[in-house]
Design a protein around this ligand. Sequence first.
Ligand code: SF4
Length: 214
Amino acid sequence: MKTNYKNDYQLVFSILSQHHHKTMLEQLSQYSVFQQLIATMLSSRTKDTTTIPLVKKLFEKYKTPQDFLNAKISVLEKELYGIGFYRVKARNIPQLSRMIIDKYQCIVPDTLEELTSLSGVGRKTANCMLNYAFHKPAIAVDVHVHRLSNRLGWVKTNTPEETELKLVKILPQELWISVNELLVDYGQRICLPRKPKCGECPVRKYCEFGKRDE
Ligand code: SF4
């Protein structure tokens, strides 16, 4: 029976951190918390290669909630074209901006409950904000985190929501803040959805899926 779970998690994190490339949100860390929130919303269901250049251009024009509130929806739709669900997001962003101005005096709130009360902000976006913008312990589970956690054998789950609930139970809290940045990057480059590059994976010996084919 396996007895060193905690050490395995820490080892895997330590190895992945040595092979880490910056995630999209790490690359956008120079922007304000509000702009990071908008970037995170826009990145959902969109490739980073589309999101990053688009938000950089967008943020030349829009810097504050007031800027987005003043935007014409039809103009914003054009500016967001290429982003997944861009029409929905073009409507959500001014509503969210209004809420941040009226309810939070232009300051993005820093709790899961308050963040998820904003228009268009789901649990994953809220947890990303807690992690990346507020540096608070939270586990933001997207498709990559969900897939890797299952392949590594840490969880046996069917949805990202289930994965989050399991991970917060099994991972030491000091690792939570690294889950998204390490697993998302790794899932985008090495542990690919269809053909994971297990042959070149430095954590293979800790991975249930990887060990199957050895
Ligand atoms: S061994 Fe394969 S499946 Fe496991 S983490 Fe590495 S790339 Fe992913």
